[in-house]
Design a protein around this ligand. Structure first.
Ligand code: OXD
Length: 319
């Protein structure tokens, strides 16, 4: 189905579906005072807002509205675009994604958890609460081995931080091509089952696409030998139901999870009460107001010049 907008294109009426809509609108207005902008948290938008707008900015589709109205262009403010592709955005609507680099923040998330595990922070905090003097051996992070699934912007930032700490970093990607010197080697995805047994840290930063869904299957988990699983990509990449078994069997030593198959993570999930699991509520890489506004305006400038933005989503690949 052809796109409904044609080049050059100048958006006129923008609707922003985000909690931070007022800040994003103000940042856009500072550079483009003539744009008309409406905004609300994405769950509060109405069919009237979407009928009014030609352009939508937000991480997810408004849940209760079936039609995107007169919207011809959606600019996604998140790192992943599954919030748009999952529900099946009409192919006549241009989909672009944020230019913001989430890598440095996600790398800090990963490093924090790796040190928390290695320095046994949780059990030391418990001992302190009990006024218990509990000496133990602490292992170094330097000299350990990380296997990173995802060698894009986020994977590269994680690789850079970990290799600076003396971690030996191997990558796995679709192409198997080395994209950054922080990776000592990069393998094709089909090598994953063989590589899993050598990893101390199995770090995921993959989007949700047909190719990544279920990639870290129970079989791959069963090949691990005491790795710590860190997931800042998408919950669907891992067989989440197999994680408790993987921990009990010692395939995994611990897990640090920022993303889940269902978010918020249901209260009935056994992961909540497992002391070997560190849960964070999808906060490893956060969109900033300036990042959201600049990414959008960069796309506006391309469209006005008559060019497709470099941040246009390849729907077949899913990112
Ligand atoms: C994401 C985000 O895509 O939070 O996960 O931006």
């Amino acid at each position: 189905m052809p796109l409904s907008l044609s080049l050059p294109f100048s958006p006129r009426r923008i609707v922003i579906g985000a909690n931070a809509h007022a800040g994003i609108a103000a940042a856009i207005r500072r550079r483009r005072p003539s744009l008309e902008i409406r905004g609300a948290p994405f769950t509060d938008l109405t069919a009237d807002d979407l009928a009014w707008a030609d352009t939508y900015i937000g991480f997810k589709r408004p849940p209760t509205i079936a039609s995107m109205g007169n919207v011809q262009w959606v600019h996604s403010t998140g790192a992943g675009v599954d919030g748009w592709l999952g529900p099946g955005l009409d192919e006549s609507i241009l989909l672009t994604r944020s230019s913001e680099s989430f890598g440095p923040m996600i790398a800090e998330w990963a490093v924090a958890r790796i040190f928390a595990v290695q320095q046994q922070l949780a059990s030391l905090a418990e001992a302190q609460r009990d006024r218990r003097w509990a000496p133990r051996d602490i292992a170094r992070v330097a000299g350990t081995r990380a296997l990173l699934l995802g060698t894009g912007d986020i994977g590269r930032a994680i690789a850079t931080s970990l290799s600076a700490l003396g971690v030996h970093v191997t990558g796995v990607s679709r192409s198997g091509e080395s994209t950054h010197p922080a990776f000592s080697t990069v393998h094709r995805i089909d090598a994953l089952p063989d590589l899993a047994g050598n990893a101390d840290w199995l770090v995921l930063s993959l989007p949700d696409t047909p190719a990544t869904r279920g990639l870290v299957s129970r079989d791959v988990l069963a090949r691990c030998r005491g790795a710590v699983l860190l997931n800042a990509g998408r919950g669907t990449v891992v067989d989440e139901a197999a994680i408790p078994e993987a921990l009990d069997a010692g395939w995994l030593r611990a897990a640090a999870l920022d993303v889940f198959v269902t978010e918020p993570l249901p209260t009935a999930s056994p992961l909540w009460s497992d002391r070997r699991v560190m849960i964070s509520p999808h906060i490893s890489g956060l969109t900033t107001i300036d990042g959201a506004a600049s990414g959008f305006l960069e796309c506006v400038e391309s469209l006005e010049r008559g060019e497709w933005p470099r941040w246009t989503v390849d729907r077949a690949r899913g990112y």
